[in-house]
Design a protein around this ligand. Sequence first.
Ligand code: UD1
Ligand code: UDP
Length: 369
Amino acid sequence: MNTQSPHITIVLGTRPEIIKLAPIIRACEARSTSYSVIHTGQHYSKNLNEVFFDQLELPQPDYNLAVGSASHGEQTGEMIIGIEEILLEEGTDVVLVQGDTNSVLAGTIAATKLDCEVGHVEAGLRSFDRDMPEEKNRVLTDHAADYLFAPTEQSEALLLEEGLPKDRIYVTGNTVVDAVHQNRELASQKSSVLEEFGLNDTEYGLLTAHRAENVDEKNTFMNLLEGVERVGEELGVEFLYPIHPRARGQLEEFGLQIPEHTQIIPPQDYLDFLQLQSNAKVILTDSGGVQEEACVLNVPCVTLRENTERPETLDVGANCLAGTAPHEIVETTNMMIQTERGWENPFGDGTTAKMILQTIIQSQQQEAV
Ligand code: UD1
Ligand code: UDP
């Protein structure tokens, strides 16, 4: 390996990975680190992918595997084949992956089969729900990784409980804070989304729901939507729902009605979505990243799941679990809209990307001596 600067290959494939790895890409650029980006092509629609590269002014990925949508095995398998070829060609020292998607697992497996180390950004998150594909991806990735970048001491403790050695774990905060800090001000200056939807002087709620466990089963999705409708009726909150293509597909397949008091809109770009989050009265979501961002932006959040791998947001009082039963959604939302804001953000001070990069470079240089 190059003792001066290791070569880092960043593997990404979905919307949240682009957003949360953008600060690391920027840090690589700022330090003139030798790096490249492999896009697996898991997300390919313009509004889940390209729009983030453009808006965050990221260089185009060096490689795009264009695997597209498929079953878990086929999608992950195709990614592994493509990533392996590139890693062999590039002489990569460290592969960086972020989060819990199939792209993360593929990057990890391809790298660990070669002479490459793996860095897992957002290590040690656990929902303890083995039905979630994301939970399996997280566990497998953490146990294969050489650098475990845990956002908090709680996530570090979970890794230690699973027997992972302390010298592989680095508590760094979460790059979601870097991303919010780098873009919040820009969003309030540049985004005209509130005007576009006539929300300047109006209280509104923001909804996102896309997780397989919520939208792939008709009754669960129907209950969730009914809960949102009842929040509208009983608490007088009107919702905007930027809908993920998976959820839109399922809504159409099941022939479900769009709930009253809810306006469905296309997936939003990052600045518009940040602006929508910042000004919302309450956020209802099953997204991991949105739970964190709501907490950082000081907006109350109701999680439409029975569990979360972000318990820190519950502990500080920023978030509450409601599941998908309509009466629970109404009760929890009622409680959260009255909650006092001003909690402390548990995910770091926005310097996570720099810390992660520094750790990798330092450790690679020590290994080379
Ligand atoms: C994936 C992740 C999930 C993450 C989400 C972020 C896994 C197992 N799941 O879920 O953890 O929360 O990304 O948004 O990795 N589709 C499009 N355009 C696209 C991509 C997908 O229309 O660009 C549609 C296709 O119909 C596809 C479906 O969405 O079948 C699901 O896509 P997929 O990438 O399998 O999973 P996500 O639900 O996006
Ligand atoms: N997001 C966005 N536009 C939207 C919805 C979400 O830019 O219309 C961003 C959001 O700010 C967060 C990320 O997408 O950073 C979360 O991604 P998602 O909910 O798809 O995945 P998860 O975090 O659940 O894996």
